[in-house]
Design a protein around this ligand. Sequence first.
Ligand SMILES: Cc1cc2nc3c(=O)[nH]c(=O)nc-3n(C[C@H](O)[C@H](O)[C@H](O)COP(=O)(O)O)c2cc1C
Length: 302
Amino acid sequence: MGLKLLKTKLGKIELETPIIMASGTFGYGLEKVDFIDIKKIGAITTKTITFSPWKGNPQPRIYETYSGMINSIGLQNPGVFYFVKNILPEIRKKYKKVFVSITDKTEKELLEIVKIISKEKVDAIELNLSCPNFEKKRKMISQDPDLTYKVIKMVKNETHIPLIAKISPNVTDIKEIAIACEKGGADILSLINTVKGLRIDFKKMKVIDGGLSGPCIKPIGLKCVYDVYKVVNIPIIGIGGIVKGMDALEYIMLGATAIGIGSGFFNNPNIIDDVYFTLVKYLKENRYETIENIIGLLNEKC
Ligand SMILES: Cc1cc2nc3c(=O)[nH]c(=O)nc-3n(C[C@H](O)[C@H](O)[C@H](O)COP(=O)(O)O)c2cc1C
C-alpha cells in the first residue's frame, strides 16, 4: 500500500517513492549502511563528476554553523572514465533509479562527459549549474539566464537521457533562471543547491568560504520552489534543509514532485524512514489516493 501511495512521476521517470538522495551527501551510495531500507529511496543522485579527476580543496572542508553546515569540498571526484568503469555498475546493481550529476569548467569537457554518460544505462543526467565553490572567480552558469539557456540546449542536443538542471538560490530572481532552463530543454529542475556562506576558523585564522546547507536554508528552498512552481511546467525536485518528514511534505505541497535529502542525512540517519512514514501517514489520514494529489496543493500556477 505504502509504495503505491507514494509513486510519483518526474516527467517520464517513474519513481517508487519521491525520496531522492541529493548529490554529494550520500557519496555514490555504495557504503554498507544496514539501517537504510533501499526500497524507500526513489532515486539516487550521484556526487558530481567531472571529465578529469579533481582533487578538491584541502581539509577540513566541512564546518558546523548554527542549524547547518558550510562545505567547501571543491567537487573532489575520480573523473568520468573511472566512474563509468568502476562505480556506476555497482550503483546500478543497488538502486532502481540512478541520476548522474555532472559539471565541468569548459563546454568541451562537459560535452565529452555527456557523450560518455549517454552510452550508459542511467535514468537522468543532473547538470550541476550551481556549485558555489567551483572556480571562485567565475560566475556560476546558473547566475546568468542566457548562459543557462545556452548550456542546457547544448547538452540536450547531445543526449537522449532526461536532463535535470540543478540551480543556485544565489540569484536576484530564480524564476528567470528556471524559465531559461525550461526553454533550453531541461526536463526537470532541482532546487536548491547550497547558499553562499562564510565563517572564520579562528584556530587557523582563515576565512571559510563555502556552501551553506541544512535546516537554516529550508525557508530559502521553500520560497524558491514556491516561486518557480508558478512559472514552469516541468517537474521540480525540492531540496534544502529537509531533516524530517514534515519538511518534505512542505516542499511537496508547494509544488515539488519529489524531494532531495542532503545534509539532513548526516544528523538524522533515520531520515528516509521518517520522510517515508510521515508522507504515508499524512496521505492515509487525509484520504488521498496518491501523493500526486497533494503536489502544489498550497500553490497556484500563474
Ligand atoms: C558535503 C556536501 C557535498 C555536496 N556536494 C554536491 C555535489 O557534488 N553536487 C551537487 O549538485 N550538490 C552538492 N551538494 C548540495 C546538496 O546536494 C544540496 O543541494 C544542498 O546541500 C542543500 O540541501 P540540504 O540542505 O538538504 O543539504 C553538497 C552538499 C553538501 C553538504
